[in-house]
Design a protein around this ligand. Sequence first.
Ligand SMILES: Cc1ncc(COP(=O)(O)O)c(C=O)c1O
Length: 984
Amino acid sequence: MSTPRRSVGFNFLDEPELPGPQVTEAQAEHILAQHYGMAARAKLLGSNQDCNFIVYGANDDVLGVLKIANPAFNATELEAQDAAADLIAEAEPSLRVAAPLPNLAGEKCTVITGLLDTSAYVRLLRYLPGGTLLDSGYLPPAAVAGLGEVAGRVSRALANFSHPGLDRALQWDLQYGADVVAQLLSQVTDSAQRAKVAQAASSAWSRISPLAERLPRQATHLDVTDANVVVARSATGVHPDGVIDFGDLSHSWAVSELAIAVSSVLGHAGSDPTSILPGVRAFHAVRPLSAEEAEVLWPLLVLRTAVLIVSGAQQAALDPDNAYVTEQTDGEIRMFEQASSIPVDVMTALIKADLGLAAEPDRVVVDTPLIGGIDPAGVATLDLSSQSDVYDSAFVPGGWLLTDLEGELARRAIADGAALVVTRFGQPRLSRATPLSQDSPDVVPTGINIWPDVDARAVAPWDGDVVDGSAGSVTLRGGEYELTLSGVTPLSGPGTRVRTGDPLAEVASGRWTEVSVRPVGAPPAPTLTTAELSRGWLALSRDPRQLLGLPDVPDTHRADDLLARRDESFAPVQEHYYAEPPQIERGWRHHLMSTAGRCYLDMVNNVTVLGHAHPRVAETAARQLRRLNTNSRFNYEAVVEFSERLAAMLPEPLDTVFLVNSGSEASDLALRLAMAATGRRDVVAVREAYHGWTYATDAVSTSMADNPNALATRPDWVHTVESPNSFRGKFRGADAGRYAAEAIAQIEGLTADGRAPAAFIAEPVYGNAGGMALPDRYLEQVYAAMRACGGLAIADEVQVAYGRLGNWFWGFEQQNVVPDIVSVAKSTGNGSPLGAVITSREIADRFSSQGYFFSSTGGSPLSCAIGITVLDALRDEGLQQNAARVGAHLKTRLQALQDNHPIIGTVHGVGLYLGVEMVRDRDTLEPAVEETAAICDRMLELGVVIQPTGDQMNILKTKPPLCIDTEAADFYVDALDRVLTEGF
Ligand SMILES: Cc1ncc(COP(=O)(O)O)c(C=O)c1O
């Protein structure tokens, strides 16, 4: 245990009980009048040991915080705190600091006698508006990084500050943490909790004390926590930018500043030990940690949480009526539980790895191989990653989630002649991913599994002692390493001393044996851990391949710099979802899986209408590619059959089909068909819509989210009508019927001006607005006006067709109209590039004035075969009906969330094309843009891929593959509910 220095200032050991001074609001107001010349109102604030008041002026404006110091602290200590605040304010001008304001005599500290038993030291501190981080629920990584950065800047500013008032021994100073816990432990009434706290504190201290003398000391604030870090609030979230409360300023270990700061993160909902890492990284960037400091950081954090528990128990006993003290305890218990939820060594290894301070792991040297006679050529190493070639349809319907995938693959490898099958160390296993889980799953193995073709004998690779031989398992401790075999018949019992080559266990054929190796003293690793913790556990484990005499398996996937490489070959206009996107290399139905082994529910991929990796589509593609892939100038069955099938799904007179590769091409061709058929060039389009990227479709697209300059840059042949948005547009609710009249007037105006339009193009359900239905009879009226002036009606069905709306296969059916030209894509190929334009024979014939139509890959045998399979599977799997059923459930549940979460302005859409529109105010409908982005980021952490859409990017576009089931729909709603409840 440590021994507190003799200190000139406060020493908690002399005075462990520290009740706050009792001063009334009236007394505080009197002080303000007398010493600061203020006619102000004082309101008592919570405090652990001082007595604080918030000071209001005549107009309820906040003038400062009046602080009456605990009489246990002397004037020198308070002087040091004021000087430190001034110093930080000067050194870090962009950091807001609660520095003291002068009294009428120009002094920062007012000494008052007669108020308390001793002299009272009173200061009026600058008030920093915006609130603190404590007011936030969930802290996103950026906020944690901000907290770490503030701590780093405070530490850097105080590095050379010295003052006699720093010489004190506070119970918050972690140099005395072990003594504090020892002294106050008895105050913890729950005996189980008491034992846990004692154990955690002593284990932490055993890591700290050997390094104590090598830890740099300096002036430290020692309380840069969520409660004392103030924030600037903006729509993008909270941004830590200031610090208050210098009451714990002491000369202590510099690294304690960081440990105390990030410990407070663990009190927040949704956090776990790894949540501190952005804060540690940010601190390290400002004030680099030494190797020793990185080594003790987590132990100090654990100690800090133990100190909080015992101090909270003491304070509650001392001051049972102090609401501030009792309110804190839930958060403090959470902090302690999180801090003690993971072995100290693991978290330390993780922190070091994260900061790039970890040493290369040593290689395990063996005197004899664990199993003799292995020929590396006869060893099959299974690749169980999401990038492996495991996608055999034999695994469907479990797909890649089949838990015995490893076993199945091993049996196949043995059948193919392997003598030994081994799995890979540290490689996330796709078979262990859990499809719908808000938590990161245990997928990363800390050892390997071996499967021999015949029974084998494992021998001791080095001299050592058998330390465990419980049923089916044997552990050998050698000089440096401990080896564990599980799933074996032990041949040496515990307590046996064995020499190199002595038998250890029988390894049976036809089943897995787990092999793990760790340095002696490292905590026993779980067989599988999470991707987030894996760098910690793997640093404390070794690849058992080394024991089998097998060469390392090179990692063929270069993942670290993938985004950088993408940026090098992609233009910046080709965006990607998320600032830090997971690497997604595999999908199955409505799930996606990252290379880290995390499963996500896919709520955005409307293109894969049947779901990802659909076996029938995969088989069709493989079969057709093996057979033939030409183009539509050849005569083959698939192009005819697919065209007939499409035409048959549309009403008369839509019977003629053009096949293309994409939605842009389809809508582009639709515009050209209309122009050719009418001999006109003007087109009327709906504002805020998106129709594609080709010259013509881009010209008729005015979605601000896709092109902020869209409206100002239209060519003269494009005429836009008001966006028929019945929620936030010009005409709302019952008034929305007026959009049609306005559009008709424009069409008639154009005709009167001699510019009668060739076409009116619109999505029949307003996709860009989150799947909003058009006002009743809108298309009926506008189409009639177009036809009256000799123009044509184009329905862009690229997003909404193919049963997504549940009740209707095509979007135009919802409006009771029949367009002249339909463009469709996306769903047509389930992700394969395939689009189509369907029109009447008459209109198609008039296109001949433009020459011939041919697209090299449009309508290829491959595309058409896939197109047919998609239609078959949609029908056979009843996916339109599923969209109606699950969509209705989903919409009802989303609407129910509105009651608890005012940010949800409305839920648009029908079937599985829904839009959850987020607003800051339900009356003004101010779009909650940044909030929507933050919600999407947090949803990703909880296992849901969802993205914003709409001109303001404030709508959660909810358009999953049509195979989604009710359970997954509920998972989405539950995650959203959690995010909106806990914060984002
Ligand atoms: C309504 C609409 N039309 C056309 C397109 C263009 O389709 P593609 O990306 O296949 O070119 C899109 C794409 O998002 C769309 O949403």
